[in-house]
Design a binder for this molecule. Sequence first.
Ligand code: ADP
Ligand code: G6P
Length: 469
Amino acid sequence: MSNRLPVDRVVEEDGSTSWRASPGGLVTAVEPIVEQLGCLWVGWAGSADERIEPFEIGAMRLAPVELSSEDVERYYEGFSNGTLWPLYHDVIAQPEYHREWWDRYQQVNRRFAERVAEAAAEDAIVWVHDYQLQLVPAMLRELRPDLTIAFFLHIPFPPSRLFAQLPWRKRIVEGLLGADVVGFQQVTDAVAFRMTVERFTRAPALGNTVVVPSTPDEGSRTVLAQEFPISIDAEAFAEVARRPEVRRRAEEIREELGNPRTLMLGVDRLDYTKGIRHRLKAYKELLEDGEIDPAETVFVQVATPSRERVDAYRQLRDEVEVTVGRINGDHGTIGRAPLVYLHRGYSREEMVALYLAADVLLVTPLRDGMNLVAKEYAACRLDERGVLVLSEFAGAADELRDALLVNPHDIEGLKAAIVRAALMPLEEQRRRMRSLRRAVDDNDVAHWAAGYLGSVLAAAEARRIGPGG
Ligand code: ADP
Ligand code: G6P
């Protein structure tokens, strides 16, 4: 279960409805696993006040949970994306704490838990995803003690001193401790969580394991809280990258852009955590300094629409679009814009064609749980060409050590990395890209699932045998 289903219900202008792939890395990573396992996926279909019957897509069975407009406003836009998202991403934007948002977060979490409690078979394994549903594990354990419950947090877990701001911090920690396994993206997240648990509950952590003391209903039990860095189905991306029509489309993209010597690419949800403003600032200064020639370079920024009714996102969009206008106004010519800004979603094939067309990919978030775009780029570059500029504050930087690692707050450093990437000799590109591809292949999503789900199965087995062994 996750807040969002892998497909989104879209109401068109003429009132008709259609489905499209949901945005974000959670769906990219989890969908191939669900398809393979053929399990039931419980989540929201993305439109408010609409009751949708369960349906199937291929091997996936989807069970929509209904959200009212007020749920969307208070639970999704409010507590999930106005409180937790900024708090968990190093307080890049100011989190807001509102009691009515918290109340609704609890109510909606309960609805998800009840829905799964009804649907799950005896002794089933339930896998709960991400920050929108952190209370579900404890609620579910109470409703269905027979279940084995796994939780995975796709975004960072904040340091304890930041998490401490949250008025309902103890409740969130207790919610998560309802799971048998709690998975995180990075070691630092797992460590921060275990320290937070010790600070706000009485449960001690021994290595990766938290010991939850006995309650009147239950003896003491253990929770595995460990990092399991998520990944992509690398072969599925490589397969698309091999298709002749996708390769032709990559050439066509370069032609449409006037065959620039260097094509740079950014692909992000339009989110303030992604460092888009810093990236544009660096590009603008490079054009102003004359270090980048607008006659030879094009930067394509794909900025997927996201959470458009949340204030911080509206403000970001306004700022980004003003900057884009300024850059093109100052440095463009008739028939040539140094910056192409695309505010829309694309098919997997078009995304891969963009990756193949790009000489340089700029992934420069201020904070990111993992960042799958970086891994997708490496998985697609069968030709071992192309340069990845990667923020050290993305979880992916732990694995992709041969990217050009940058601190996105350091605009001079960012500019130097962009210039270095644009001028990188082919031999160095090959060496680095080979290493990135190896890292992605070695830990693809199947590998991740085996590690993570292996631990969950071990927990299920331990529960079956019981404490006496
Ligand atoms: P996040 O989960 O924060 O959005 P990730 O980089 O981990 O960040 O995942 C983003 C996912 O969304 C990737 O799989 C990427 O290919 C996909 N994506 C991003 N922008 C678009 C877009 N405009 N059209 C289609 N897919 C997109
Ligand atoms: C990130 C989060 C996901 C979320 C996705 C898209 O990947 O970790 O939980 O689904 O962004 O955001 P949205 O708010 O549109 O679901």
